[in-house]
Design a protein around this ligand. Sequence first.
Ligand SMILES: [Zn+2]
Length: 306
Amino acid sequence: MTTGLFTHPDCEQHAMLGHPERPERLRAVMQRLADSGLEDEMRVTQATEISDATISLTHPQEHIALIASSEPEVGTTKIDPDTYLSQGSLRASRLAAGACVEATEAVLSGKIDQAFCAVRPPGHHAEVARAMGFCLFNNLAIAAEVALQDPGVERVAILDFDVHHCNGTVDIFKDRQEVLVCSSFQQNFYPYRYLDFENDHIINTPLVAGTDGSLFRQQVEQDWLPALARHAPDFIFISAGFDAHTDDPLGQLCFDDTDYDWVTKQLRDVAKQMASGRLVSTLEGGYDLQALAGSVETHVAALLQG
Ligand SMILES: [Zn+2]
């Protein structure tokens, strides 16, 4: 089995002093993948920038134009209290989305079986026409649209275990039966949007602050796995945020590496059973550098064990 690693060093150009979503995150992830030897077991691809035409599968031209015009020549521009652009942000965000699309195309063409995208800025809070929560474009939603254009892909699933609910992904796919979205998240927590929105193909897994991984695993077994069995996706996408880790400074959930190992193996097995192994995972949150690096190592190692 061949696993791709899609990344680009220019994803570090997106930077604002003192912001938790910082370039060091990507550096820590890449350093760990190199030090652990996992990178040597993967086919590494330098991502290229996504085109406006591909972004527009998900976001309207006005949104693309707003992001493009918001990049400052010096300093930072804030789109909302949490979300900024610096010089280089546009390129970083186009590379992040481009990595997810290229990974998806490589899996669809059979060049690789599955992939992990080590990119930033993250994407899952970006709604159809709204950048928020550190996210400019919804990287994985765009990739899912690309997958759905393939004649061999009728249904996809997006599984999100970030500590924050994936309001952007829900906003984009709330009326699209062919896209199953399962999201676990800390209850009564950012983004305060779509938290109660559920239907047959939008599955919410709220977890009270302080919850450890055992309840998360129960909920995945009780809700996600049956939903996946019903949906029978042709392609599995993972919004892999690691800020539910017990050491993370933003969230108050208490997952550890064994939980990321467990959930990754569950989703990898689902991909093998239902989707011919086709799986693309991308980095979302995770703000303690040590915990983030360790969690990504665990996640990628579990994918490779398939
Ligand atoms: Zn998050």
